[in-house]
Design a protein around this ligand. Structure first.
Ligand code: BES
Ligand code: MN
Ligand code: MN
Length: 497
């Protein structure tokens, strides 16, 4: 047996080991981590993190100043600049073979540190691209001009995902400086998550060997609250389409023609309204076919997570919640599929009134999917249905955008257990497993292409305003993540997988 490149000397203790006891009887090869060494290392790491807190925050603010908006071509150079900055930081943290890998779109930054091929390997994934900052006038400070106020870091990308992936870079630095990495690590930070990760899919398929690992670790989700730690064990899939509805061949005077010709905006509204029935169920035929009902026990387990509906309504300034009949708010936003209009436009939207019967109307529609609903199949079902319900005098074109599959992650795996223990140590409470409502399409792809399960080790909060003006991330959450990640590595290494 080779450990750390050197053959382990055969001694009396190694010759007669019983299955499962070799860890205890085998003489410690160089670099082998005994649990007490982990304890000492974690103590040293904690104090290193404390000493370096100001610099860790400062470095994050530097990344947040780069407007790496992947959706808008005008930021292409900034996205590339951000990739270079991430590479530089990964090199400084002690990673090796760090590379900015070009793709047909925005680049992927990859680096690794293989300390011992016989130890487990953790593949860390994150994204350095961000959502567009619009609407700009609703920001209290510049989206790319980060400020810290009341313990919160305000900037686009602070929680989603720069603040979260950078915790891993700093945690790796802290481990490297204090006893070394207890497991191998591969770090892949992409620049197209917010636009569907199409080129990451290509990269993963072409680099299966390079990405070989035992588990994927991703910090890009939220917890219930800072005093109620939780770990997401599921993500929804996504089908996203744009619809174009055409009436007459040109804009018309709404007095001269109105009432005699189908108005595409009126028609679009009718069509959209018909997509839900009175119980708020989606009317697209076949939409629920693959959806598995959770058992009562599973639903009861989900309901264990604290949820205060009064607070929820107050936070959003709504007087009532609304959703599919027969399900709670938490279920509606995690284990049930949805259909929502994300944008709608057409006709005259400038100042004052213009009397016009428009030629065209548009909408962007997202469907959040649950396990076993296939994104492409749902997109097809939607397209067929939407074309079929067009009223006379109206033409419909449905254009699919990106999509992705739902994913569920196990809670009985050594990696989940390591994550749970790590959080229990830093938060003083065992984290609650919860199902998340957002989508990270690459999670299903990691499983399909690399056979890897993921641990969603997110430290954000739903109230971080991701994708919204005034996105924020708590300094506490950032530092807590940096403290918790090394503990995951040590527990995971000790689990032997
Ligand atoms: N980090 C989010 C996903 C997320 C947020 C998951 C909160 C769970 C809780 C990610 O960056 C994201 O925004 N994903 C997109 C999907 C993508 C294909 C554009 C989403 O969910 O809309
Ligand atoms: Mn994200
Ligand atoms: Mn996002």
């Amino acid at each position: 047996m080779k450990i750390g490149g050197a053959a382990v000397p055969r001694t009396a203790t190694t010759r007669f080991w019983l299955p499962g006891t070799q860890r205890i009887l085998r003489p410690s090869p160089p670099g082998y981590l005994w649990p007490f060494q982990s304890i000492l290392a974690v103590q040293a790491i904690d104090s290193y993190i404390k000493t370096n807190e100001a610099r860790f925050i400062d470095e994050l603010l530097g990344l947040l100043r780069i407007p790496s908006v992947s959706a808008d071509p005008k930021y292409k150079a900034d996205v590339a600049r951000c990739a270079e900055a991430v590479k530089q930081r990964m090199v400084e943290a002690g990673l090796e073979k760090v590379e900015v890998c070009p793709t047909a779109g925005h680049p992927i930054v990859y680096g690794e540190r293989i300390v011992d091929p016989t130890r487990p390997t953790v593949l860390v994934y994150g994204h350095y691209d961000v959502q567009p900052p619009d609407p700009l006038d609703l920001w209290h400070s510049g989206p790319f001009d980060p400020v810290i106020k009341d313990g919160m870091i305000y900037a686009r990308g602070s929680a989603d995902d720069k603040g979260q992936f950078y915790m891993h870079v700093k945690a790796i630095e802290a481990m490297m400086k204090n006893g070394g990495l207890p497991c191998n690590v591969k770090v892949m930070i992409e620049g197209e998550e917010e636009v569907g990760s199409d080129n990451l899919g290509v990269f993963v398929k072409a680099n299966k060997d390079r990405l070989k690992a035992d588990v994927v670790l991703i910090s890009d989700t939220a917890m219930i609250a800072n005093d109620v730690p939780s770990i997401n064990t599921g993500l929804r899939g996504l089908s996203y389409v744009e619809v174009e509805v055409t009436g007459p061949n040109r804009d018309l005077h709404s007095g001269v023609y109105g009432g005699a010709v189908a108005n595409p905006i009126n028609a679009l509204c009718e069509m959209i309204a018909s997509l839900h029935d009175k119980d708020r169920r989606i009317t697209v035929p076949g939409f629920y076919e693959a959806v598995k009902e959770l058992t009562r026990a599973e639903r009861d387990a989900l309901a264990e997570a604290p949820f205060n509906e009064a607070e929820y309504k107050k936070d959003l300034a709504i007087n009532e919640v609304r959703g599919e009949k027969g399900y709670t708010s938490e279920e509606r936003s995690s284990i049930r599929p949805t259909l929502d209009v994300n944008g709608i436009w057409g006709g005259y939207i400038g100042e004052g009134a213009k009397t016009v019967l428009p030629s065209k109307a548009f909408a962007k529609i997202s469907m959040r999917l649950v396990p076993d609903q296939k994104s492409d199949a749902i997109t097809e079902l939607f397209k067929d249905h939407f074309e079929r319900i067009a009223p006379p005098g109206i033409q419909v074109v449905v254009r699919p955008h990106h999509g992705g599959e739902a994913a569920v992650t196990p809670i009985d795996s050594p990696a989940y257990q390591a994550a749970s223990k790590a959080m229990e140590e830093t938060f003083g409470k065992k984290p609650i497993p919860t199902r998340g409502g957002g989508s990270i399409p690459i999670v299903a792809l990691f499983e399909a292409e690399l056979g890897l399960k993921t641990v969603l080790f997110g430290f954000g909060l739903d109230s971080d305003n991701i994708h919204s003006p005034n996105e924020k991330y708590g300094v506490f959450n950032y530092m807590q993540g940096i403290r918790t990640i090394p503990r995951f590595f040590h527990h995971y290494a000790a689990s032997g997988r």
